[in-house]
Structures are given as structure tokens and as C-alpha cells.
Design a protein. Structure first.
Length: 103
């Protein structure tokens, strides 16, 4: 597995295509034992980016990788990544009255 460094500096069109993206953003802002600030992210229009909001960086990279594959002429199941797996705490279902999980 390659370590690509700071997730905010990774550009999906520059990295090797993969079939699966996996990750888990910090849980403190989603956990019932934590601050419950949620998945805030400035690019969503929020006034701040929370630690758990790094999830949105994973989504950005997936979109950038898929856009690069489409521009390269790939279609259907050839567009990568095909899957994204996000690991987190059960509080992700209830933070921000469920709106975070809906995101």
C-alpha cells in the first residue's frame, strides 16, 4: 500500500487508478462520546471543516479519479474507483439529526 501523504493535497487525476477507496475520517465529531460537530466542510458551504469532515476529501478524490477515467474514454464498470468503503462510529447515523449520514 502506498502512503500518499496529506489527504487535502492528493489530486485524484494524478494518482494511480484503483478499484476500491477505503478510509475512516476521525470520529470525534460524530461519536456520541465526542463533540458531535458533524461532517462540516468548507467546500460544502460550512463555515469550518471538522476533523470528521475529512470524509468530504475522500469523496472529492473519488470524484476526481472518476472524472479522469471518463476523460480518458472509460465507460461503465471501467470507471474507477468502483467502490468506496467508509469506516466510522454508529454516531455517524445520528449526528446532525441524521443529515450527516444522508450527506
Amino acid at each position: 500500500m502506498k502512503h500518499l501523504g496529506d489527504i487535502t493535497q492528493i489530486r485524484g487525476w494524478e494518482i494511480e487508478p484503483v478499484d476500491v477507496i477505503t478510509g475512516g475520517s476521525p470520529c470525534q465529531d460524530l461519536s456520541v462520546a465526542g463533540a458531535r460537530k458533524g461532517l462540516k466542510h468548507e467546500e460544502k458551504g460550512d463555515d469550518e471543516t471538522t476533523r470528521s469532515g475529512l470524509f468530504m476529501e475522500q469523496i472529492r478524490i473519488v470524484k476526481e479519479m472518476r472524472d479522469a477515467d471518463i476523460k480518458a474514454g472509460r465507460a461503465g464498470v471501467l470507471i474507477r474507483p468502483r467502490y468506496m468503503v467508509w469506516e466510522n462510529v454508529p454516531g455517524a447515523f445520528s449526528s446532525n439529526k441524521g443529515a450527516d449520514f444522508q450527506t
